[in-house]
Design a protein around this ligand. Structure first.
Ligand code: PMP
Length: 325
């Protein structure tokens, strides 16, 4: 059951603060946030014992530090300190359900101008989490269109950084898709090849082969994508082809699905009014969804290194713990 009330605590640069006291000054709006980088992380409850597992927590924090490096944020945060901070936060809020967390690194201090970016400003990290429902194992696909917007490229903004500014591109594409009656947009890259959806990567199944665009096709280096490539090989005996993907291949695909921390595994039922396969959730999509579901919840005990238990020794001592940086 999802608890709709606001969380009690937020984590701000090493300490837990009550939700209502977690403030920043209005002067931080705009200038500070264009360079902000973030992560979205999910936790899944193991329904058998109520344990909550943060999925691939370490990899998310590693990617956050990589994003910080790309946008030239100098800081002293560590992967261990950030992981511990999020575990503390989920515990402090008492969540024993599926959760999602947002981790945002941003420049503190005062900025007056976009024109003069300062290299050495104090960097802050804020984390918040809330309860959320999973839509894994859905039997309904979404309707997509190819966007008139093009996915940002290395020539514009680095696609592999989860920088807040990058997200305006996907935001425009999603809004356009929704206004035109679709659920979601798919973006092509500057070469006209399929890149990804706003906030999710794409997989195609055609004639029994699984294909996904490579990490050099202007996509985010998605943690779910990497997880699925590994699980396809290990559990379904399928080697995923990472190669450039044409738009017209989507129109004759047998199965398509999106993946990501937020999207989990989301089947696609049609693209530009072309039904995908029979327009139903395909067999391989169904199987990989089940595999992913079982791994994230710990029903399948393999890959314990991907699951950080919240309710265990990692942060014994509860939510008073102060991370040290
Ligand atoms: N692409 C973009 C642009 C994203 O923001 C996300 C979500 N982080 C993804 C793909 C999927 O990445 P992940 O599996 O790491 O959540």
């Amino acid at each position: 059951m999802v608890n709709e009330s606001l969380p009690q605590y937020v984590w701000m640069t090493g300490s837990l603060r009550p939700w209502n006291e977690a403030m920043v000054h209005v002067s931080l709006l705009g200038h500070a946030t264009v360079s902000g980088v973030f992560e979205g992380i999910r936790g899944y409850q193991d329904h058998r014992d109520g344990q909550v597992y943060l999925f691939r927590l370490r990899e998310h924090m590693e990617r956050l530090l990589e994003s910080m490096k790309i946008v030239r944020m100098d800081h002293t945060f560590t992967v261990d300190g950030l992981c511990e901070g999020l575990v503390d936060l989920v515990r402090a809020n008492g969540y024993r359900c599926d959760v999602n967390a947002l981790v945002l690194a941003y420049y503190g201090g005062l900025t007056w101008s976009f024109a003069q970016p300062e290299l050495h400003r104090p960097v802050e990290v804020a984390m918040r989490c809330r309860s959320i429902n999973s839509r894994l194992l859905t039997d309904k696909g979404i309707r997509c269109c190819i966007s008139t917007w093009t996915r940002i490229s290395e020539a514009d903004l680095p696609p592999r950084a989860k920088c807040v500014s990058n997200y305006h591109n996907g935001r425009l594409a999603s809004m356009e898709a929704q206004l035109n009656g679709y659920d979601q947009a798919l973006l092509l890259d500057h070469q006209g090849k399929v890149a990804e959806a706003p906030g999710a990567c794409l997989f195609m199944v055609r004639k029994g082969t699984v294909v996904t665009p490579p990490t050099t096709s202007s996509i985010l280096e998605s943690i779910t994508r990497a997880t699925l490539i590994q699980l396809f090989a290990e559990q379904l005996g399928l080697t995923v082809q990472e190669r450039a993907l044409d738009r017209s291949e989507l129109y004759i695909a047998d199965e398509l699905f999106l993946c990501g921390t937020a999207f989990e595994v989301t089947p696609i039922a049609e693209v530009d009014h072309y039904p995908v396969g029979k327009g139903e959730v395909g067999e391989i999509t169904r199987r990989i969804s089940q595999v992913y579901h079982d791994v994230v919840r710990g029903v399948d005990p393999r890959h314990p290194e991907w699951r950080t238990p919240v309710w265990s020794a990692l942060s014994e001592g509860g939510h008073g713990a102060q991370a040290v940086f």
